[in-house]
Design a protein around this ligand. Structure first.
Ligand code: HEC
Length: 131
């Protein structure tokens, strides 16, 4: 958190809750000591995370549709369906973690990337399990 100066000249730690990206003073006075262009860097991290989140969501929709069709078809044993369901749930879990995390990868870009990689690989695996 950055510092601010009150009307009476007292310097204090600013507890205003907002995204650092919305706080120009903080970026200018604190973050830019190390980050040359934090706003652009964070936007780039977020764009990559968002683009991948949307792309993998499309795969999850295809997967759930195929799973529903497989159940309807009667061509699969319960064990075969449960195996696909298990992989689908794991893929969904990793995707959900990223989707609800709220910073679009800015707080921990490597964990976000790891979770998206897992979701993507598990989607692919589940899609390969259909007859
Ligand atoms: C003393 C130096 C320093 C200051 C000051 C600093 N940072 Fe950082 N920040 C770092 C370093 C080092 C990294 C890690 C870079 C890496 O791993 O590639 C980092 C990484 C980040 C990341 C990327 C995290 C990720 O997962 O990729 C964000 C976002 C960030 N800082 C935000 C801020 C904000 C907001 C401020 C100001 C309130 C700030 N930083 C101030 C040194 C600093």
């Amino acid at each position: 958190m950055g510092t601010a100066v009150s009307e009476t000249g007292v310097t204090y730690v600013n507890h205003e809750w907002t995204s650092p990206l919305e706080n120009e003073d903080l970026i200018k006075n604190t973050c830019s000591a190390c980050h040359t262009d934090l706003v652009a860097d964070v936007k780039a991290i977020q764009k990559e995370a968002e683009d991948r989140t949307i792309a993998i969501a499309d795969q999850l929709v295809i997967l759930t549709d195929k799973l529903a069709a497989a159940v309807e078809s009667g061509d699969y044993t319960e064990d075969e369906l449960n195996a696909i369901r298990g992989v689908h749930r794991d893929a969904q879990f990793y995707w959900d973690f990223v989707f609800v995390e709220n910073s679009e990868g800015a707080h921990n870009s490597s964990l976000t990337k790891y979770c998206l990689d897992q979701a993507e690989a598990l989607c692919k695996k589940a899609l390969g399990m259909f007859k």
